[in-house]
Write a protein that binds this ligand. Sequence first.
Ligand code: SF4
Length: 185
Amino acid sequence: MAFLAVMPKKLDQRDDEIAGSLLRENSSGKVKLGKIYSLMSAVGREVAPHVACTKGCSDCCKMNVSISIIEAERLSLMSGRNLAAVSRPVRHRSDEFSGIPCPFLQDNACTVYEHRPFACRAHYSFDDTAYWCHPDRSNAAEFSLLESGGAKQAYQEIVMKSRLSGFADIRDFFPTNTAVNQLEG
Ligand code: SF4
């Protein structure tokens, strides 16, 4: 991919080192998560000229969004929203939430952008346009996710050590009436 060739060496190095350095670090999972998010934001700024994603485009907020409990707790803290009791990982059909907005989406904008989960930071369309991102088409398309190997490894290590040791959808943790109806239906 074109952006890999222009990725600053320093950023590459941060990505190479983050999993090891967080493993040695004696801080909470939430603090470590903040450092991973910060790295993903820096990578995201480099990626921006090479993707179809633009401000106001929110199709990827209307599909499944897998998050870990530690991210859900962080989101609850930052947003003041109550967290539903989720005691085990939850798997969903890949099209389960097609067209259903994330509970943090308002007027096509993320209300928790600074605190958005890892999945939202890794999801980009490297196509020329956002055509395949539309919920009517996204399940028929294959997306190349942003692979920041070190950040991903560090993230997975935090998830595996968390109380849930796995993922659930953001709507499982923060159900709206619509999402609850869909789950029950
Ligand atoms: S947390 Fe924000 S970026 Fe992620 S799916 Fe929800 S609205 Fe979109």
